[in-house]
Design a protein around this ligand. Structure first.
Ligand code: CTP
Ligand code: MG
Length: 227
């Protein structure tokens, strides 16, 4: 089966601070986006990798993608992550893959093993996302400022990317949604279109770089990988 990857990299990285969006910052000498693209270029069974970017950063993206096999010319993203994914899905429509993996550029530690699990789950279930059991107890804290009864932790999972789908399923699901809909990931888009979304084991190392502290930790991870 033909499998393509959409790497959404059109965000501005507000929470990470710094002058440039976090996906173009370097960790251990390579940008976050390059590490992400390399991970997919080095995984089995991937045909094309499509970066979705803010066109203002086309030169930074070109630097990050230089020399990597299978990486397509980037397309322009939108104002929300959902709009950026949609742009990527539409850009693949002329030469559609059978399966598509949708991944945050801000998760550079995605491994070939996780990619293999994602492909297998998409093939088997049509829609599937990587999950982890929660470490912390989760509470709901409403306006009162006091804890409301928390959900049952045993049933809760945190969700990562790559989220994995049959291409036609997730393309059509996105076409059904308006951008005003409050859907924070592609699993939610698939669910809203009436699809069952399966889960497969995520990877604790596959963190999403969000805050300045995440970059400090990531530098240490990258340095440890060199030992
Ligand atoms: N993203 C995107 N288009 C947007 C918003 C986000 O392609 N309009 C991408 C980001 O580049 C990132 C991924 O979606 O790779 C996950 O989003 P997030 O971690 O929230 O990144 P940012 O939106 O860039 O960061 P922040 O929310 O702190 O501004
Ligand atoms: Mg964001």
């Amino acid at each position: 089966l033909r499998t393509d990857v959409i790497v959404v990299a059109a965000g501005s990285g507000q929470r990470a601070g710094d002058g440039i969006p976090k996906q173009y910052r370097s960790i251990g000498g390579r940008t976050v986006l390059r590490r992400t693209l390399e991970a997919f270029a080095g995984s089995n069974g991937i045909r094309h990798i499509l970066p979705v970017i803010n066109p203002e950063h086309a030169a930074l993206c070109a630097d990050s993608a230089a020399g990597l096999p299978g990486v397509l010319a980037p397309v322009a993203g939108g104002a929300t992550r959902q709009a950026s994914v949609r742009a990527g899905l539409e850009a693949l429509a002329d030469d559609p893959p059978d399966l598509v993996l949708i991944h945050d550029a801000a998760r550079p530690f995605v491994s070939p093993r996780l990619v293999a699990r994602a492909i297998a789950a998409a093939e088997r279930h049509g829609a599937a996302v990587p999950v982890l059991a929660l470490v912390d107890t989760i509470k709901s804290v409403p306006e009162t400022g006091f804890i409301a009864s928390g959900p049952d932790r045993d049933a809760l999972r945190s969700v990562q990317t790559p989220q994995a789908f049959r291409y036609a399923l997730i393309r059509d699901a996105h076409r059904l949604q308006t951008h005003s809909a409050h859907l924070t990931d592609d699993a939610a888009v698939a669910e809203a279109a009436g699809h069952k979304v399966a889960v497969f084991p995520g990877d604790p190392a596959n963190v999403k770089l969000t805050t300045p502290e995440d970059f400090v930790t990531a530098e240490r991870t990258a340095a440890a990988d060199l030992l």
